[in-house]
Write a protein that binds this ligand. Sequence first.
Ligand SMILES: [Zn+2]
Length: 319
Amino acid sequence: MKKTGFVYDERYLLHETGQAHPESPERLKAIYDHLVETGTLEKLIRIKAEPAKQRWIEAVHNIHYIMRFDEACVCGMGEFNHPDNVICRESSEVAYLAVGGVLKAIDSVMSGRVERAFCAIRPPGHHAEVDKPMGFCYFNNVAIGARYLQQQYGIEKVAIIDFDVHHGNGTQHIFEEDPTVLYYSIHEHPSFAYPGTGREFESGGGNGVGFTKNSPVLPGRGDEEYRRLIMQDMVPAVKSFKPDFILLSAGFDAHIDDLMSGTNLTTDGYDFVSQVILNLVNRYTDGKVVSVLEGGYNLEMLPLLVGNHIEMLCELRTF
Ligand SMILES: [Zn+2]
């Protein structure tokens, strides 16, 4: 029986970033084509995305920032705040639709229509700060999803697990003083890795001390280091937090063939990460998880890695 939801919408391709930009519409096209070719798509329940209502985006982002972004797009600006953040006229509409895809996936899980879901959306979100776009990200999709779970559904404790190779600075900063959201990230650090945050000693502030956990991975390290840190840091953090719901910032740019990082995680290594996370999902949230695409820029590897990840979600395969 189908139990895994899938968010994808051709309108996600309308956020055009130009020929040389790694965060391209081709990423999602390649994922979708792969899911069709391998038959994985047939195992999934399609969830229709709708633009998020602004009130939910305001649950995380500053209203003036939201307005500046809308205006920059409407005015035909080519970038927003930094050359990394290329925009076109449609970009803000697509960003509302990306958030809305996550919220619809959450609705589908909470209503019991599906047990879990993967969101193939763009633009990505985990670098977006309360009042600043960063690293191809405008609205923090996963952070807004966490607030939506709490405010719309009364979910108390949300764990966000971020395995994109870059640290989710935005997500960490949004929740660092909040003990109701656990943020765990495994990412490359230091070296040239963007954005430079996510050191081991960054563990939250105020009431949120202990609810941020970072596992930096040195450039050149791969499966062995990921295995060690996942078991040593992530598993105990989630076990002691006992989340009611798990959201994933699913980035596939730590792969050895992805030129956006210096880490050497293999396809098997990625499968291991997914498996351990899904064991935690099984144990603590009754299978409730929404996985949200972040990075992943090798157009040949990204579809394979996402396909494997979705197959595991379908089976909730344990080992
Ligand atoms: Zn990334």
